[in-house]
Design a protein around this ligand. Structure first.
Ligand code: HEM
Length: 450
């Protein structure tokens, strides 16, 4: 006989606001504590909204892959991002999303993005040159440096231009948008986008700046003969298989903006957390250096070295297990559903949190320990695929995952080959989750040449 379907247990929260104050203060601690106390499905009451955390990897697969048709992305943070990214891949749905995804997919294929490897190592080498010519024992703000680096890399891959000289303008606009989306999630009463608040006015101005930069580049491309080998060209050339139609300027702008926003900060955060973890685990760093030195003997890494840089890759995967840049993925249930024996009424906001699932003790022994060998492919495990999902999964899985992994391995290798980054002894850095998993303070580290 089938077990009866029950209502999901509710995490205790007092007063009319429920768990909202705690969610705003420390969402990771709240979600972890709900998971520890109530298990794989737990409901949090946040004033007028309920959120249901779903933590078991098979249930994550159910929502993202097997039963994906029953879930849309219409949550509060999504609406704010949508005002900015409009019909771009991250924030569109239905037929429009499917068409755009089909058109864009080949541009992100592993073989096409391999061509960006040289510009990734070039940008990284120039940054390391700058660090090493500065005075000995110079401290760098790793958070800012990684943001600048990934902005330059994604800008060059997209548009063949170094937008990092525009870093302040472009970076500020991206930053404002993410902050605004984050505020909207934590607000008791949402401020509508059309409301002429100072924050909304600043956001609009930032959006216009980015619009101008991107539309200008698209217009130049349409007018001239230049056809650089970048993502924008690939997107401009791409055609719908059925209709033969390409993308309009507005669609191109939405996709370019989306890739900037989705691809820059996430990758920078993964790098920042990786340096943080390496500085605290001397034996892991030692093995990483040994592998890099043995494979490269001092030459600059290229894409063809990747298969022999397996330990670097494992370090990055383990870093994204503990500090997944996209720490939560949310969905809205369209119709009633049942997950793990619990009723999920239509309209429920379902949270899938890589941060929580990546610490599920059933699938990760000593979950808080940094141990890259967990990802050793020679080790047999019966871990289900969604036990580790830093890039999401199912049809809406990150389209840039190969780009990101290529970038992460090349950047980590290029830096670690030439220098070591160290935190001041005893220093710990906490998390400050917004839409992405940021550090609570800038990660400042001492650079020493190797
Ligand atoms: C470490 C770096 C990255 C992480 C952790 C990451 C994570 C994610 C996740 C979790 C999603 C799915 C969101 C959802 O299902 O709601 C996503 C979607 C997306 N990502 Fe990434 N991402 C990274 C880098 C990139 C890069 C480098 C690019 C582009 C070059 C990119 C472009 C996108 C786009 C366009 C989508 C929307 C895909 C769709 O819905 O069809 N991401 N990313």
């Amino acid at each position: 006989m089938k077990a009866p379907v029950r209502a999901a247990p509710t995490y205790p929260g007092s007063g009319p606001l429920g768990s909202l104050p705690r969610f705003r203060r420390d969402p990771l601690a709240l979600l972890m504590s709900g998971f520890r106390d109530f298990g794989d499905v737990v409901r949090f009451r946040l004033f007028t909204r309920d959120l249901v955390l779903v933590a078991h990897p098979n249930d994550v697969r159910w929502v993202l892959q097997e039963h994906t048709g029953n879930y849309n992305k219409r949550t509060r943070g999504f609406e704010v991002l949508r005002a900015f990214l409009r019909e771009g891949l991250l924030t569109s749905e239905g037929d429009h999303w499917l068409r755009q995804r089909r058109i864009a997919q080949p541009a992100f294929h592993r073989t096409r993005i391999a061509g960006f490897g040289a510009s990734m190592t070039q940008a990284t080498s120039e940054m390391v040159d700058r660090w090493l010519t500065a005075s000995a024992s110079e401290e760098v703000d790793v958070t800012t440096e990684m943001m600048r680096l990934t902005l330059r890399i994604v800008g060059e891959a997209l548009l063949s231009t170094d937008v990092s000289h525009e870093a302040d303008r472009v970076g500020q606009a991206l930053n404002l948008t993410l902050r605004r989306a984050n505020e909207a999630i934590g607000r008791i009463i949402p401020v509508p986008d059309w409301w002429p608040s100072p924050a909304n006015r600043r956001l609009r101005a930032a959006m216009r700046t980015l619009d101008d930069v991107i539309l200008e580049i698209i217009a130049e491309r349409r007018a001239g003969d230049a056809d650089p080998d970048d993502l924008l060209s690939m997107l401009m050339q791409a055609r719908d298989e059925d209709t033969g139609e390409g993308m309009s300027d507005a669609q191109l702008r939405d996709e370019v903006m989306t890739v900037f926003l989705a691809g820059q900060e996430t990758t920078a955060l993964a790098l920042g957390w990786t340096w943080y973890l390496l500085s605290q685990h001397a034996s892991v760093r030692h093995r990483l250096h040994k592998e890099i030195d043995a494979v490269l003997s001092g030459r600059t890494p290229t894409v063809s070295d990747l298969p022999r840089l397996g330990y670097v890759e494992r370090v990055i995967k383990e870093s994204m297990r503990l500090y997944p840049p996209a720490w939560v993925i949310s969905r809205c249930a369209i119709e009633d559903d049942t997950i793990g024996g619990y009723r999920i009424p239509a309209g429920s906001i379902v949270l899938l949190s890589p941060y929580v699932t990546h610490r599920h003790p059933q699938f990760w022994t000593h979950p808080d320990r940094f141990d890259p060998d967990r990802f050793d492919t020679d080790r047999k495990t019966d871990r289900p695929p969604f036990a580790h999902f830093p890039f999401g999964g199912g049809p809406r899985q990150c389209i840039g995952n190969n780009f990101a992994m290529l970038e992460l391995v090349l950047v980590v290798t290029t830096i670690a080959q030439r220098c070591a980054l160290d935190l001041p002894p005893g220093k710990m850095v906490g998390t400050r989750p917004s839409i992405t998993l940021r550090a609570a303070e800038p990660i400042r580290m001492r650079v020493s040449p190797r």
